[in-house]
Design a protein around this ligand. Structure first.
Ligand SMILES: *[C@@H]1O[C@H](CO)[C@@H](O)[C@H](O)[C@H]1NC(C)=O
Length: 348
């Protein structure tokens, strides 16, 4: 109850802050650069997306700094200067000035100034992505309302420590968000006889423009999906070794270090898309969520200086090993949890 009240208050305060705080060009540029599919972005495309994002922010009731009528291209140039070459690089000698992210982590700080405005759209998009990523025709990518509700509530739960969600409740917020995306012609909704939402799919316009708006929302949330997935697979490492019945208790700090090392390795081997996911803070949040979900147990002693907190995997989440090979069997609760997160991970 207390948590709920604090959260509601937090949301109220946050939306009050949003209403008065002005989104700066650096935040617009950071957000655009971190939500692009390609390696870099040409100047004209960057300007176009900054204009698009400014419109979206205004439509959400946010405010965007305007610079005495200077054209967006000038505002973008100045913003890039402010961010500096350590954050945004320029490739010289091309047909068009082309920018790229040098330090994605520092840029994420600027992206964070806009992400909360779009968190509902981002979760809906990640929920739809469970089908969209399978490809194929529109029929194949269509999701039912209940499927979407399941996935969006799963993701909201997973990220409830990271973001503050609208207080209207999950299903009302989902409907509002879907109606908004329909108005923006990003998705197409089929309704049943009494006006309830039956299915949702990408609109023809959105498909024709190469999903650029839909992808924007996905790119906002993908680093967080990646972090949740990384945290969850790192828990597999807490499975007792073959032949050992006793639980493995590991210092929480060490478990998080291991998750970070695993993340770095997967990133450099191409199995993890976002280095941002390897961030210790994000992993700490993930572990806290896992404890709240009862996936892991954390034991704290009074004297935490000499006896740092330790963790083990909860009994009913513990993966089984194949008695013959000693390998972890890809089945069970933890595995299903990992799979559900994985369904929203970025493909390729
Ligand atoms: C951005 O926001 C997320 C979600 O609230 C948070 O976990 C992350 O640490 C923030 N990143 C930076 C660089 O502040």
């Amino acid at each position: 109850m207390r948590v709920r009240i604090l959260r509601t208050l937090g949301y109220k305060v946050l939306s009050d802050i949003n209403a008065v705080s002005v989104v700066m060009p650096t935040a617009l540029i950071g957000t655009v650069i971190l939500t692009l599919r390609g390696r870099g972005v040409g100047k004209s495309e960057l300007v176009r997306r900054v204009d698009w994002l400014s419109d979206r922010i205004r439509a959400k009731g946010g405010r965007v700094a305007h610079f005495a009528g200077a054209p967006t291209s000038v505002v973008v140039e100045r913003g890039i200067e402010v961010l500096g070459p350590d954050l945004v690089g320029v490739v010289e000698g091309l047909a068009e000035e082309t920018f790229y992210a040098v330090d994605r982590f520092q840029l994420s700080f600027y992206r964070n100034m806009t992400i909360h405005l779009f968190i509902s759209e981002a979760l809906v998009s990640a929920g739809m992505y469970t089908r969209v990523k399978l490809g194929g025709g529109p029929d194949h990518q269509r999701v039912t309302y209940s499927w979407l509700l399941d996935h969006v509530s799963f993701l909201s739960q997973l990220f409830r420590g990271e973001f503050i969600f609208p207080t209207v409740g999950l299903s009302v917020n989902l409907e509002n968000t879907l109606n908004g995306l329909e108005r923006d012609d990003v998705i197409k909704i089929r309704r049943n006889g009494v006006g309830g939402i039956d299915t949702v799919e990408l609109s023809d316009t959105e498909r024709a423009c190469g999903r650029e708006n839909y992808d924007f929302y996905c790119f906002l949330i993908w680093p967080f999906v990646e972090a949740g997935w990384l945290g969850a697979i790192s828990l597999l490492g807490l499975t007792p070794p073959p032949g050992q019945e006793a639980d493995v208790w590991l210092e929480v700090n060490r478990a998080q270090d291991m998750a970070q090392l695993l993340g770095k390795t997967l990133y450099h081997q191409g199995d993890l898309s976002y280095f941002e996911a390897v961030n210790k803070e994000t992993l700490k949040n993930a572990f806290q969520r896992f404890e709240e979900e009862g996936i892991i147990v954390i034991r704290k002693s009074k004297d935490s200086k000499h006896n740092p907190p330790t963790t083990k995997i909860a009994d009913d989440w513990k993966p089984q090993r194949d008695p013959e090979t000693g390998k972890i069997i890809p089945k069970g609760r933890l595995w299903d949890f990992i799979e559900t997160i994985a369904q929203s991970r970025r493909e390729g």
